[in-house]
Write a protein that binds this ligand. Sequence first.
Ligand SMILES: Nc1ncnc2c1ncn2[C@@H]1O[C@H](COP(=O)(O)OP(=O)(O)OP(=O)(O)O)[C@@H](O)[C@H]1O
Ligand SMILES: [Mg+2]
Length: 246
Amino acid sequence: MPNEPSTAPILIKAENLERAYHTGDDVVYAIKDIDLEIYQGEYISLMGPSGSGKSTFFNMIGALDTPTGGTIAIGGRDLRNLKPSQLAYLRCVNIGYIFQNYNLIEVVSALKNVTLPMRFRGLTEKEAVEKATNLLDSVGLGQRYHHLPGELSGGQQQRVAIARALANDPSLLLADEPTANLDSKTGLQIVELLSQLSDERGVTVVSATHDHNMLAVSDRVVYLRGGEVERVVDREDLDIQVGHIE
Ligand SMILES: Nc1ncnc2c1ncn2[C@@H]1O[C@H](COP(=O)(O)OP(=O)(O)OP(=O)(O)O)[C@@H](O)[C@H]1O
Ligand SMILES: [Mg+2]
């Protein structure tokens, strides 16, 4: 079972986080004044209407974008203090990314998509192939190691993307609407896979989603509105809400 938020160490800490976009004389605050602590091993869903700031927040937690105010720290390290090489290492090794449209490299096989991040990290081809094969097995891809992404279904491509995200044993899996392009049955399988990986590997999952199936496996749901945290709901209170939804 996931760690109790009150006792587990903090993995991500956002303080007064702000991301403003300036267009002409206009300023849009995609994120403003977000304070949030995410604990190791937690499964967090970010929910909220379109434009509420989920992807913006995702990008800043993932060190893919820089805040215009406030701070974000991962594992106690303020991202502002990291050199470009340290940020690149963080992105390659400590964080696994999963996107709505899978973002696989189309011209190489499923297996190669998963071995590449390991090769960047310095594993030999043999080590990488062995590990990638195991990962593809554990996400249930079957024997399709040598298929190109275009020869796989959406659900299968997302399984490859999840295996790739796990390539370097990250402590954090970040997912931006991972089930949005999938039918509800396949989406549920992906949600269950993420939940299982989070339990088995103790990996922290932060997922932006509109998918109510995701609520049932979340330790906490963070609702964003207008770039701010509207409310944070714990698992115990979620069960009741999921009951109402179904
Ligand atoms: N490059 C940009 N320039 C200006 N404004 C932007 C830019 N990117 C995002 N925004 C604005 O920031 C706000 C938050 O956008 P964001 O993509 O984070 O929303 P979201 O919650 O992920 O929405 P969705 O559910 O549609 O994916 C929106 O009002 C959006 O218009
Ligand atoms: Mg988004």
